[in-house]
Design a protein around this ligand. Structure first.
Ligand code: PLP
Length: 456
């Protein structure tokens, strides 16, 4: 795997050396000719290069938003069509048994478990990330109340994804906890003896900064706090080892790096150490010990099955399974370690090119450069025009997204996600080339790029 590191480093060093001249000659492609060639050479050596063939990717698009909605696997359309026409259309209700529908949250969960370092039977695919957060936060709050009744704080990060904070606000009301928010750099001091539950997103959705899950979990346990990890920007993007980190609870998203489709079912995990210690609050029949006994009172299943609530969409589950199939195929090319190595090489390259060529336009990288401190997306801060810049890039076929900071007093960010299963080194090169041309021509100032849409 080391060739990634050295090849990416070589390009990065080369680019830094060229920085002064390239800032003034950004349109002069010959300056960087060898570098684009080097990107193509890296693609030719890429052990994961064949994986791109597993995806539908529009011809003239460089898709750098797989951290928001993963691309469509080629196999998905036929797999979903089979569920519709055969399993639903012909076999009808029998498919709950004959097509494995009923056990699919557990069955697909076991396949995903290996990607996040969970054991068999410890993780289910179900509901949304927001709903799963509510379940695990309540379970953790309840357990904390039993173990340490005097602890009154649910601690999280101020720049956590809003839905995580919104869910925490409800849970705090029900459990009489106080939500405290800290910056990542002040986490150690905020993690004091009052903290009952620590809820963090492993890779920050804005900056791409990644926590040391094992270290933070250890520190939380040392003050008697339980940990809830959101893996939305981690699962399928970075190696995660929930078991060896000894985390308590985790949730994550199916439609980002796992490529499960828009609104794909999310997942939930609880450490076997705590999973049956408390009940999750959404006591639906799928989490009942005997769902088809139709008893009047709720009796929870033992283990993670208790975290199921109601009937899942089997169409969505079929698409999710196709996303997991791709990861299984990628195991033959090195699996998660290869994905991580390529992710770091792609993001190193992008950061190096942006530093050399976009700094002059006021774009500043806010993603940590240290490998162990970042996930698989890179964010560039801009003082103004960020939304329009993304729109102008999309018009050029380079799809990233915009994350404004006005509401929370943070910087506006241009965000670019790198999915090693289908993004190439040459895509990185071309994306930066487009960005530089867009910035030089001030394209983002055109009125058509300054009209806000519902989803950014
Ligand atoms: C994407 C994301 C979510 C999404 O939650 P949904 O319930 O699927 O809408 C939640 N948390 C984080 C950190 C995310 O990045």
């Amino acid at each position: 795997m080391n060739f990634w590191k050295s090849a990416a480093l070589e390009i990065y060093t080369h680019i830094r050396a060229q920085r002064l001249t390239s800032i003034h000659k950004t349109m002069n492609k010959s300056t960087h000719h060898t570098t684009r060639e080097a990107c193509i050479a890296l693609d030719q050596q890429d052990p994961l290069r064949a994986m791109r063939e597993a995806f539908v990717l529009p011809a003239s698009t460089i898709y750098l938003d797989g951290n928001s909605l993963g691309a469509l696997p080629k196999a998905t359309a036929a797999a979903v069509a089979k569920v519709v026409t055969q399993e639903w259309g012909q076999d009808l209700i029998q498919s709950w048994n004959t097509a494995g529908w009923f056990m699919s949250p557990q069955h697909q969960g076991n396949r995903l478990a290996s990607i996040v370092g969970a054991g068999t039977g410890e993780l289910v695919i179900t509901d949304t990330t927001s709903v799963n957060l509510y379940k695990v936060l309540c379970a953790a709050a309840e357990l904390a109340r039993k173990q340490h009744p005097s602890k009154r704080v649910l601690l999280s990060e101020a720049s956590n994804f809003p839905t995580d904070l919104y869910m925490a606000q409800s849970v705090c009301k029900h459990y009489d906890l106080r939500l405290e928010l800290t910056d990542a750099k002040d986490l150690a001091s905020a993690l004091n003896g009052d903290v009952a539950v620590l809820m963090l997103t492993h890779v920050n959705y804005r900056t791409g900064a990644m926590y040391d899950m094992a270290g933070v979990t250890h520190a939380a346990h040392a003050v008697g706090a339980l940990t809830v990890w959101d893996l939305a920007h981690s699962a399928g993007a970075v190696p995660v080892d929930l078991s060896s980190a000894n985390a308590d609870y985790a949730v994550g998203c199916g439609y980002k790096y796992l490529n499960g489709g828009p609104g794909a079912p999310a997942f939930v995990w609880a450490n076997p150490r705590v999973v049956s210690a408390t009940k999750q609050p959404l006591s639906g029949w799928w989490g009942h010990a005997l769902p088809f006994a139709f008893e009047a009172s709720y009796v929870p299943q033992i283990g993670i099955d208790q975290y199921l609530c109601g009937t899942q969409s089997m169409l969505a589950m079929a698409a999710m399974a196709c996303g997991l199939d791709v990861f299984e195929q990628a195991n033959a090319s090195g699996g998660m370690p290869a994905i991580r190595a390529k992710s770091l090489a792609l993001t190193d390259l992008f950061m190096g090119l942006c530093e050399a060529r976009c700094t002059a336009f006021g774009l500043i990288n806010v993603t940590p450069t240290a490998h162990q401190m970042r996930g698989s997306h890179v964010s560039l801060a801009t003082p103004n025009g960020g939304y329009a810049m993304i729109q102008a890039l999309i018009a050029r076929g380079v799809v990233g997204d915009f994350r404004g900071g006005a509401a929370t007093g943070e910087a506006d960010l241009l965000r670019f996600g790198f999915t090693p299963l289908y993004n190439r080194f040459v895509d990185v090169w071309d994306a930066v080339e487009h960005m530089v041309c867009m910035l030089q021509a001030n394209e983002w100032q055109r009125s058509e790029f300054n009209r806000t849409q519902v989803v950014t």
